[in-house]
Design a protein around this ligand. Sequence first.
Ligand code: SF4
Length: 336
Amino acid sequence: MVINTEALSVRYREASVNLRNKQLLITNFHNTQQENDLTEPPNCKGFGRIRHFRRSSSDVWLSNPLPIDPACNALDLRAASMIRAQVFQSAACNWRCWYCYVPFELLAANRKYSDWMSPSQLIDLYLGQPEPPPMIDLTGGQPDLVPEWVPWMMAELKQRGLDRQVYLWSDDNLSNDYLWRFLSDADLELMASYPNYGRVCCFKGFNSESFAFNTRAEAALFDQQFQLMKRLLSLGIDLYAYATFTTPVDSEVAVDMARFVDRLQEIDRNLPLRTVPLEIQTFTPVKGRLDDATQAALKNQYLAIEAWKTELENRFSSIERSQPITAIPLRTNQLQ
Ligand code: SF4
């Protein structure tokens, strides 16, 4: 059944933020299926997990510099092949991507697997560890069902004098305009001016068919992803993109990929160089969701990545393609 994104977003927002008490519904990983996939036991009394972001994926895929390069760049650290991050996970998402490594019961604002936490409590838990990582990753779920989370964390870090020491990273599935609907101008200004913040927005597919197949949302919302990305860019925050290329069909891949890259470049000529395709792998929750179509989609992503590489080679010089992702300027050289 197709997801009614607007209705589900409203429902999950209501269930996952308490504005009066400044609290958010945060996943607790203890006794969840996701706990089995973690390389280290949950930390922060179950509300956190340590993630090791690594640059490399597989031999056939492109390496992923996110969020390693933005974090190292902001914190003035030497470029590394791996960075440790303290992850906190919101307990709701408005989409149901079949490849999501989060079990769906942890995306439904379910109090059995989550609890109310304030930014202050999260930072206390983060600092209470023996070796707090250099960065905090606010992930989901869809963190932007509660866009207050990012400026609240920024204000808390700032108040404790940690805004220059800790890098803040957040995910966005480009599914709603809540950032503008619910944040004040002061919140948006804080996000734009905060020195150690980066945000990655995920395009769920490279055409409307793969988008709908991947997310279960209406195909028309594929177009909305570009509109939201364009709007986000106008805020002036340090912005990056992911893209997933799983598709149930193996025809017209090159044509549709060319159009996808065109559309990224309609937002900004250089946006493809700030976009990192993600190789979809099968974590434990995904295995139970696999069928013939998803198995084909896993295979077809390798056709799509070849088409992506061709498009980038045709559109950018080798010098441009070899630049660090943090050095790619956006909002310059705009195409008409
Ligand atoms: S949008 Fe992200 S969190 Fe939500 S289901 Fe898809 S992959 Fe999972």
